[in-house]
Design a protein around this ligand. Structure first.
Ligand SMILES: CC(C)(COP(=O)(O)OP(=O)(O)OC[C@H]1O[C@@H](n2cnc3c(N)ncnc32)[C@H](O)[C@@H]1OP(=O)(O)O)[C@@H](O)C(=O)NCCC(=O)NCCS
Length: 154
């Protein structure tokens, strides 16, 4: 059986991230705009997976408050996307691990995300918990839940 090619987790630019976001997250949705407020902020970090020069997965980590503890530093994960042919090969989990390390390095206590319901199991496998009820994101028209990873437990 052919093994999937080996990927490297590394920092990427927003220009690297945009085509992957568009392909994976905007395909078949009402919006073709894959840029986010804060993409260019100095504390925003884009972490991707590459095979050679090709970006095959992307994630973006922004300093944004967690709504239930707004006085504490927190990170929002956005744009979690793995190209179809690389899904279910551990790339997504590797990006989460790298993003959590980044979160510790900036002294943040929480990572949160608006997770598509179709990806909730993935987030739970990566240590996130679901918080609150379902809502629809306008950009995709898809059902979502908030998910939360706490770097320090009470
Ligand atoms: C969701 C996504 C980011 C996960 O990344 P991935 O590289 O495919 O996931 P991994 O291979 O790292 O899988 C990690 C775990 O999650 C599980 N998993 C991944 N996607 C899943 C899904 N859609 N449904 C159920 N389980 C899933 C895997 O089985 C694995 O479980 P295990 O640890 O028990 O083996 C990726 O599949 C993707 O880009 N999907 C389309 C876009 C999307 O939904 N993005 C998230 C928007 S919030």
């Amino acid at each position: 059986m052919a093994m999937p090619p080996t990927f490297v987790i590394r920092h990427i630019t927003v220009a690297d991230a945009l085509p992957v976001r568009l392909d994976v997250l905007r395909r078949g949705t009402p919006s073709q705009d894959a840029a986010y407020d804060g993409d260019d902020e100095p504390h925003t970090t884009h972490i991707g997976a590459t095979i050679g020069d090709r970006v095959v997965a992307t994630s973006t980590w922004l300093i944004r408050p967690w709504q239930h503890d707004p006085a504490t530093t927190a990170v929002q994960l956005r744009g979690m996307a793995v190209l179809d042919e690389m899904q279910n090969t551990g790339v997504g989990h590797a990006l989460i691990d790298a993003g959590i390390s980044h979160t510790y390095s900036v002294g943040a206590r929480y990572v949160w995300a608006k997770a598509r319901d179709s990806a909730l199991y993935f987030y739970e496998r990566c240590g996130f918990v679901i918080v609150g009820g379902q809502f629809t994101e306008p950009a995709s028209g898809l059902p979502h839940h908030l998910v939360l990873f706490a770097t320090v437990t009470a």
